[in-house]
Unconditional design. Sequence first.
Length: 374
Amino acid sequence: MVVQYKCPGCGADMHYDAKTRKLKCGSCGRLMEIDAMPRSSADAGTEAEDSEDGEISPFAAEEIEDEAEFGRIEREEGSTAFDGEDGCQYVCNNCGAVVVTTADTTATSCSFCGAPVVLGDRLSGKKAPVWIIPFKVNKEQAKAAFRKWCGGGKLTPRDFMTADRIKNITGMYVPFWLYDMEGTGEADCTATRVRTYTQGDYICTETKYYHVYRRLHMAYCKVPVDASEKMNDGMMDKLEPFGYGELTRFNMPYLAGYLAEQYNYDDRELLPRVTERVKRYANEYLASTITGYSTVAYNRKNIQLDPVNARYTLLPVWMVCYDYRDSEHIFAMNGQTGKIVGKPPLSKQKIAMWFAGISAGVFAVMRLVTMFLA
């Protein structure tokens, strides 16, 4: 099923405009509220789950009962809770051309007339997202931010810093799972405090030993893990954080004019990865509660984590392909915050000059020290 949004004024195609956060006609400029559009079938039966003001509030500090103890997370209806081909052809409604897509694509554009195309049949049932963060950075803003970012590279080649070789820039919604997890942590430690002092002709060292015990209840909300096999996991992790206060119930008009993909890995397949990630957070937090000691030796440490919710969510990402010296460099930009990640090329000449400057500085300091001691 091909879904295309037409302007009621002139009949031209409409796309989601990140600047106004409305559907915009590419011909007459007419704007329409997303809420005025028909809700997608993916949202059926979910309205009752929204808060009264329709906004999702981040985890609030006042919910903390004591040090690292949180109220239990409740499982949500309308999200996945832990208790679960080849290319295809579609016909463009605008010009009748055939739109060929991969099996994972959920939104694209007609290669003949350029009309935004949303593939509604791939956004229903288990493939229906629960949440979406709409694009907040539009294409022109993304280009300007990328050029500014390139110009700030102190060790990048001068001709790269001009950022005038952007091959293409594509806005796409990347599939993520947002996990809520609860856990308990327990640690039994032997800690010491060491004090050194002088008494007469003696230097004395005093060591006191302490038995330290910690038991914590922890809750982690909305931990993101990208679910696309095409996206680099490390790059997607570095795009964080996203502002989850702007999470919106999924509606298909948000996809108009952008690319979008289905998830390749379900919530259970990615559970080991998110568990390992949250375990690192838990270990760091547990260690942060044991401070003020000279040494800490763990006799016993145990962290247990339990998943509660996993919500299929689409997050906005600009992918930038930069053509530099006959090779392509891929960068990603957070479509909500404008944060850019990627590895720019390095200038061997600038690196050599940087090391030469450091070496000259070190030599000058050593010479001054030698002169002073002489």
